[in-house]
Design a protein around this ligand. Structure first.
Ligand code: TNX
Length: 482
């Protein structure tokens, strides 16, 4: 289907199946939002009440049972296997609205769609319709690099709220690199005291305490976003090496690093402190991350001996598995023997990915389509150029199943767009690089490939650019949208 109907212009990502029916629904302050009694569903309903207030200026109260005309009813039907873990059915009719899902996450997604149908700033009617919607991929993520430049808890929370609007459901936090260490690890205070003290170009550092991290995780959870923490090892580790002398040959710590080039640092397996360090870091991540995934980096370890690199990946994989978690790593880890449930994140070379053990599943982050640190246009002042300029067309027009021969939907967990921040200093720049490009990624990950058409998408994303700008988000104004 195509979203040619003007009332559907707010829908991003485009649902799988939309049928217009007759009549229209008018939000009414006398109606109720009705929700199941479990805590996650009540959270979804509370959120909907707040959104109706903010977007349409109408306050509905929460109730347990239907009271009459115009109610918005959320209900769980766990037997609806066709809807899966995240799908939903949305019925908008003149006498009320129904959202049905098998899980609270499905209710969340259904209410996100309903909110997109409202016209901001008005109590305007919503046309009657019937949507059945299920995502193409389970993993739809955004990555924020807080290591090269640090962003506060409040900024990360704002980021979560922005991405959740498009049903993105993973927040990958890149928490360590050569230029900074950003997470408190109990027992290793130097990591943050020293390694967290600065950033690229000598800009201001910062780090998250365990309590800060818990606040981010809890906020993400309320938005059905799973936090995936990354501590990058064995390369990209200068901030750790500079903080802890025992991790280095002869116990001599290198100076802190504030440059941009990478590939010069490495942890060493022959240092007795290394195993203890890895154990404590992985244990801290595991203890504070309710989600099942821990990302261990593994990219660009150009200063690590090849055999040592393979042994390192195996050590990390054992540590992660010991806590009952699933390891995620950048595509370079595919050279090592991997557990069946380890996820490999593709970013650069299709042949690296092709070498992964049969049965491996992938997250697709091809640099030339998903790297949010790239310029939109070759002459933009903001952004980098090494993977090419990425305007909305390049961010939208690609098929995750056409990147690596033989890697099709069943092998693809999903897609993710990373924002690396070597050259990104303010949160306004974060927003400008991410929006609306992240909307492209959200639709790549959600909407079936045959339903996606760039010309039609550009109409919707043009509308969304205006809506975001009206809400005070620093958006990029692409010349491709009118
Ligand atoms: C490559 S993508 C990197 C990052 C840089 C990025 C800059 C990846 C796994 N490694 O360390 O920040 O390029 O675009």
């Amino acid at each position: 289907m195509t979203a040619t109907h003007p009332a559907l212009l707010g829908l991003l990502p485009l649902p799988r199946h939309v049928e217009m029916t007759s009549g229209e629904f008018v939000p009414s302050a006398f109606a109720h939002v009705i929700a199941p009694s479990d805590a996650p569903s009540i959270g979804v309903a509370d959120h909907l009440v707040a959104d109706l207030q903010a977007v349409a200026g109408v306050h509905l109260s929460l109730a347990r049972t239907r009271s009459g005309h115009g109610d918005i009813e959320l209900s769980l039907h766990p037997h609806r296997a066709d809807l899966g873990a995240e799908g939903y059915e949305l019925l908008v009719a003149p006498d009320g609205v129904a959202v049905v899902a098998a899980t609270p996450h499905g209710l969340w997604n259904g209410t996100r769609t309903f909110v997109q149908l409202l016209t901001p700033g008005t109590m305007a009617a919503v046309p009657a319709l019937h949507i059945i919607d299920v995502p193409r991929f389970e993993w739809r993520g955004a990555m924020l690099d807080v290591a090269r430049h640090f962003f506060s808890v409040d900024h990360v929370i704002r980021f979560v709220e922005l991405i959740a609007r498009y049903k993105l459901n993973r927040l990958h936090l890149h928490l360590s690199d050569d230029q900074g260490w950003r997470l408190e690890i109990p027992g290793w205070p130097a990591l943050t005291a020293i390694g967290g003290s600065t950033a690229t170009k000598g800009d201001q550092g910062g780090w998250f305490s365990v309590a800060d991290y818990a606040e981010i995780v809890a906020h993400a959870e309320r938005h059905f976003v799973t936090v995936v923490p990354e501590i990058d090892m064995p390369g990209h580790t200068n901030a750790a090496l500079a903080s802890v002398p025992e991790l280095n040959v002869d116990d001599v710590a290198p100076p802190l690093y504030t440059g941009v080039e990478v590939g010069f640092s490495s942890l060493r397996l022959d240092r007795p402190a290394t195993a203890r360090f890895v154990r404590d870091v992985v244990a801290t991540l595991a203890a504070n991350t309710p989600g099942p995934y821990l990302h261990i980096g593994g990219d660009e370890a150009h200063s690590t001996d090849h055999d040592e690199y393979l042994a390192f990946v195996e050590l990390l994989q054992r540590e992660v598995a010991q806590h009952g978690k699933r390891m995620v790593g950048w595509e370079e880890i595919a050279q090592a023997p991997l557990h069946r449930d380890t996820l490999v994140q593709h970013w650069l070379k299709a042949d690296t990915v092709a070498a992964a053990p049969t049965g491996t599943r992938f997250i697709m982050s091809p640099a030339r389509h998903t790297y949010l640190d790239m310029k939109h246009q070759p002459d933009d002042p903001l952004g980098r150029r090494w993977a090419g300029a990425i305007d909305l067309d390049a961010a939208y027009e690609w098929d995750p199943a056409a990147l690596v021969p033989g890697v099709l939907d069943p092998q693809i967990a999903g897609v993710e767009a990373p924002l690396w921040t070597e050259k990104v200093r303010t949160f306004a720049e974060v927003e400008q690089l991410c929006f609306p490009r992240l909307v492209c990624l959200a639709e790549v990950g959600w909407t079936p490939q045959p339903s996606r058409r760039l010309d039609e998408f550009l109409v919707r994303v043009g509308e969304e650019t205006r809506r975001l700008a009206a809400r005070g988000v620093h958006v990029h104004r692409s010349a491709l949208v009118t």
